[in-house]
Design a protein around this ligand. Structure first.
Ligand SMILES: [Zn+2]
Length: 189
């Protein structure tokens, strides 16, 4: 027991020395505000409000490589999730499919498809807002980004400005239900 505890302390110390952070940085917060704006843009276009940013560097040196929002309806594309679009755009921008030096910031917990893309792009960091109990694949239903069997692992940082992202999603679905109800009533009369 004692040895186990010492082991854990050592591991934590090592992690601290390696600079691995499990909390969001000031830059992450700034990027999340941008992602939330992109999510709102999606909602305004009738898409489920999800926004994403890929950036590299930190503080004043931080550089946004790509921004995207959900475009599933407009493009009639099941892969039109913000994360897929933003990863492809960032890779194109730097001319490398490996995004090891980059951070992906997204307003909602990624699904299985997007978590797969995140692992395959070898993303350095992942920060997300609201948890998704129905489809989330990095903490809620699965922990794909931390699966020891895969050759790349990322420790996600979840829940950043989650209340804002959930409020956006709730407002969107409430409005959509209201419109659909109205349409049904119009059909009947
Ligand atoms: Zn997805």
């Amino acid at each position: 027991m004692m040895r186990l505890r010492r082991h854990r302390a050592l591991r934590l110390a090592l992690r601290a020395r390696n600079g691995e952070r499990r909390t969001a940085t000031v830059t992450d917060r700034r990027m999340m505000r941008t992602a939330l704006r992109l999510a709102q843009k999606a909602a305004d276009e009738g898409e489920v409000p999800v926004g994403a940013v890929v950036y590299r560097g930190d503080g004043d040196d931080a550089e946004i490589l790509a921004e995207a929002h959900n475009t599933r309806e407009a493009r009639r594309d099941p892969a039109g999730h913000a994360e897929i679009t933003v990863i492809a755009a960032a890779a194109k921008r730097i001319g490398d499919w490996r995004l090891t030096e980059c951070t992906l910031v997204v307003t909602l917990e990624p699904c299985i498809m997007c978590a797969g893309a995140i692992v395959n792009a070898r993303l350095g960091r992942l920060v997300y807002g609201a948890h998704d109990p129905k489809a989330g694949a990095v903490a809620s239903l699965y922990r794909l980004c931390e699966d020891q069997r895969l050759n790349h692992r990322i420790t996600p940082i979840g829940g950043l400005m989650a209340r804002h992202a959930s409020a956006q999603l709730k407002a969107f679905f409430r409005e959509r239900r209201r419109v659909r109800k109205q349409e049904r009533q119009a059909e009947r009369s």
